[in-house]
Design a protein around this ligand. Structure first.
Ligand code: 13P
Length: 251
C-alpha cells in the first residue's frame, strides 16, 4: 500500500511568528486526521528551525520548498540539502512550477538537487505539470512524461522509494480552477505508467502521486477518491489550519 499524503506548500507567505502560530494550529488539529495519512508542511527557509521545534514529537513532518543544486561553497543566497537536514527537515519540494517559471529551474538542475537531497536523507516531492498553452494544445501527456524521464529516470528504484511525485497543472495553481477528478485521474495514471516503464509495475504502484492546484476541502474528497491520486500538495488552503486539516480528512 502506498502512502496517502497531504502536504502544505506555504510558498512565500507568513512571517516567522505567523508561521509558528500556523504550525501550532496544524499540530493541534492533526489528531483528527486518520493515522494512515501523512501530513507535511513545507515552509520558507527562515521558518524551518523554529517550526522544527513545534512539530517535534507530532505526526507532522517538515519540508523545505527548494534546495541548492550544489553541495556547499561560494553560492551566495543558496541553502544546501545538508543545511536542511541539520535543521530537522525530512522532505524538500523540488521542481515546483513557480521555480521552473520564475527562477530558471531546469530538469538538469533538478537531477542535481534531487541527488543531493536524497544523499542528505531528505525525501523529495518532485513537481511536474503542464501550463495552459500545453494543455490546450493537447501536449500535457508529453510534457509530464518528459519531466518524469528527465529527472526521475536518473535514479534507482531504491531512490524512487524516497521520492513522491506531485502533478500540478500550472493552469490550476492559485487560479481557483481545479482539474476535474477525471482529468487528474487520467494524467496520474499516465504518470504511474511512465514510472512503471522504467522501474516496473510494483515500484510504480508504491509511488505516491499527489494532486496540486486549487485543492480545497470542498473538492478534495472527489479528487482523493480517484484510484491513482494519493493525496494533495496544497497551496492557498494550507495557510488556514482548518482548511488544511479538512483536506487531510477527505480520504
Ligand atoms: P494552490 O493550492 O494555491 O492552487 O497551489 C497549489 C500549489 O502550487 C502547491 O504547490
Amino acid at each position: 500500500m502506498r502512502k496517502k499524503i497531504v502536504a502544505g506548500n506555504w510558498k512565500m507567505n507568513t512571517t516567522v511568528p505567523e508561521g509558528i502560530e500556523l504550525a501550532k494550529a496544524v499540530v493541534e488539529a492533526s489528531s483528527q486526521v486518520p493515522s494512515d495519512v501523512k501530513l507535511i508542511i513545507a515552509t520558507p527557509f527562515t521558518h524551518l528551525y523554529p517550526i522544527a521545534e513545534v512539530v517535534k514529537g507530532s505526526v507532522v513532518a517538515l519540508s523545505a520548498e527548494n534546495c541548492a543544486d550544489k553541495e556547499k561553497g561560494a553560492y551566495t543566497g543558496e541553502v544546501s540539502a545538508a543545511m536542511l537536514e541539520s535543521v530537522g527537515c525530512q522532505y524538500t519540494i523540488l521542481g515546483h512550477s513557480e521555480r521552473r517559471q520564475y527562477y530558471g529551474e531546469t530538469d538538469e538542475k533538478l537531477v542535481e538537487k534531487t541527488r543531493l537531497a536524497l544523499a542528505h536523507g531528505l525525501d523529495v516531492i518532485l513537481c511536474v505539470g503542464e501550463n495552459l498553452e500545453e494543455r490546450e494544445a493537447g501536449k500535457h501527456f508529453d510534457v509530464c512524461a518528459e519531466q518524469i524521464k528527465n529527472v526521475l529516470y536518473h535514479f534507482s528504484a531504491e531512490e524512487l522509494a524516497h521520492i513522491v511525485v506531485a502533478y500540478e497543472p500550472v493552469w490550476a495553481i492559485g487560479t481557483g480552477k481545479t482539474a476535474t477528478a477525471e482529468q487528474a485521474q487520467e494524467i496520474h495514471a499516465f504518470i504511474r505508467q511512465t514510472i512503471a516503464e522504467k522501474f516496473g509495475k510494483q515500484a510504480a504502484e508504491q509511488t505516491s502521486i499527489l494532486y496540486g492546484g486549487s485543492c480545497k476541502p470542498s473538492n478534495a474528497k472527489e479528487l482523493f477518491a480517484q484510484k491513482d491520486i494519493d493525496g494533495g500538495l496544497i497551496g492557498g488552503a494550507a495557510l488556514k489550519a482548518e482548511d488544511f486539516i479538512g483536506i487531510a480528512m477527505s480520504f
